[in-house]
Design a binder for this molecule. Sequence first.
Ligand SMILES: O=C(O)COP(=O)(O)O
Ligand SMILES: [Mg+2]
Length: 219
Amino acid sequence: MDAAIIDLDGTMVDTLGDFVVALNAMLADLSLPAVERHFVEQTIGKGSEHLIRRTLAHAGAAPERFDAAFARYQYHYLAINGRHAELYPGVEEGLRQLRAAGLKLACLTNKPGAFARPLLAAKGIDHFFSFVFGGDAFAAKKPDPLPLLKTCEALGTPPGRTLMVGDSSNDAEAAHAAGCPLVLVSYGYNHGQPVHGLRAEAHVDRLDQLDLAALRRRP
Ligand SMILES: O=C(O)COP(=O)(O)O
Ligand SMILES: [Mg+2]
C-alpha cells in the first residue's frame, strides 16, 4: 500500500452535533420547525446540498427555498464548525501509524472544502494530510468514483495501492468502482444501516486497529 484516502465525517470526526446545531439555526432563520438528531444522522453523508434539500422536504418547506437555506446553513456551520464535534478514539494514533508505515495521506470528504480544512486544523490533525479535497473539489461526489480517482492522481499512486478508509456506502461504492482496497469503520453514520453488510477488505472498531501488515501483504 502506497497511500490512504481517509473520509472525514463519521470516520475521523463525530460531527453529528455540528450538523444538528447548524441545520436547526438555519431552520429557525427560515421560521421552520427543528429536525431531530436521528433524522440528521440518517441523512448526512452525501454532501451539504443533499442534506439541505432533504431537510427542507422533511420540514415541509418548498424546494425553492434552497438558496436562502444554503446561505444560512453555510453561515451557521462556519460559525460553530468543530464546537460540537469530537475526534473518534484512536484516530490520531491511527493516522500516526499510517504515516509511520510510509503511506501518503489524503482526506476526501463530501463536506465542502471550506468546512473540512478548518475542522481538521481545529482538531489538530491537518498536518497528517498531503491533500484535503471537499465535496466541491470535483465534478462529482462519492459514491461516484471520480473523486477517488482524482485523489489518487494527486497522490501519484495507483488506485489498487491506495487504501480507502470510510464509514458509509458512499465510500464503499466509490472505492469498489475506483478499484481501491477498502477498510470500513464500524462506528460512523452510513444512513442508519449496519456497515458490516458492506463488502470490504476489513472492518475495524478504531483507526489504530488497522492491520497494516495484512494490508501490505496484498499484491
Ligand atoms: O458532509 C457529508 O455529507 C459527509 O461527509 P463525509 O464524506 O466526510 O462522510
Ligand atoms: Mg463519512
